[in-house]
Design a protein around this ligand. Structure first.
Ligand code: URA
Length: 187
């Protein structure tokens, strides 16, 4: 399935209950040949309205986090979510919803072929690793999804409520940047 077919399938998807309340599905955004792929939880209200991931308050923080390590939305970065449709009242997506949506995320990863995957929060880690992990206990570790390294960090919405942990997210992104540089054969 190429990008056009994939995005058309996502937009027309009726595979789980999340399609009932969405305004539109939100496939993903960014550089389709990126070295970096960030995965969030699911669209919120503004994303559901605009059709783009991370455009609300959490998205502004994500953009600032990207800028802090020299990255920019759309340039060498692809951003997607574990589920493509907004969970009602912004609740956490359920495991069965994440599993039903997983083939879309899997295909996005196959098409982008990033050097590193960054899971933003537990639901993203569940989607990428098929495992329930604690972010706090898993930071600084390299997980694997096939050949692709996966780094986990806090979700930006969590960081908006827990500003003291922002420094940890910065450390996690620096850790991921080290992996990308290593894989690119840079010092
Ligand atoms: N939170 C997410 O996990 N994803 C979005 O797209 C927006 C907010």
């Amino acid at each position: 399935m190429d990008w056009d077919e994939l995005e058309a399938d996502i937009r027309a998807c009726g595979a789980c209950r999340l399609c009932e309340k969405r305004r539109q599905a939100v496939p993903g955004v960014g550089d389709r040949g990126a070295e970096w792929m960030f995965v969030g939880e699911g669209p919120g209200s503004e994303e559901d309205q605009r059709g783009e991931p991370f455009v609300g308050a959490a998205g502004k923080l994500l953009d600032a986090m990207l800028a802090a390590i020299g990255l920019k939305r759309g340039e060498n970065v692809y951003i997607a979510n574990a589920v493509k449709c907004r969970p009602p009242h912004n609740r956490t997506p359920q495991a069965d919803e994440i599993a039903t949506c997983h083939p879309y995320l899997a295909r996005q990863i196959e098409l982008v072929r990033p050097r590193v995957l960054v899971a933003l929060g537990r639901p993203a880690a569940l989607a990428l690793l098929d495992a329930e992990i604690s972010i706090g206990a898993s930071r600084g570790r390299v997980f694997r999804r096939g050949d692709t390294p996966v780094v986990v960090t806090y979700h930006p919405a969590y960081l908006l409520r827990n500003q003291a942990d922002k420094a940890k997210a910065w450390e996690d992104l620096c850790f991921a940047r080290g992996l990308v540089q290593e894989l690119a054969g840079q010092p």
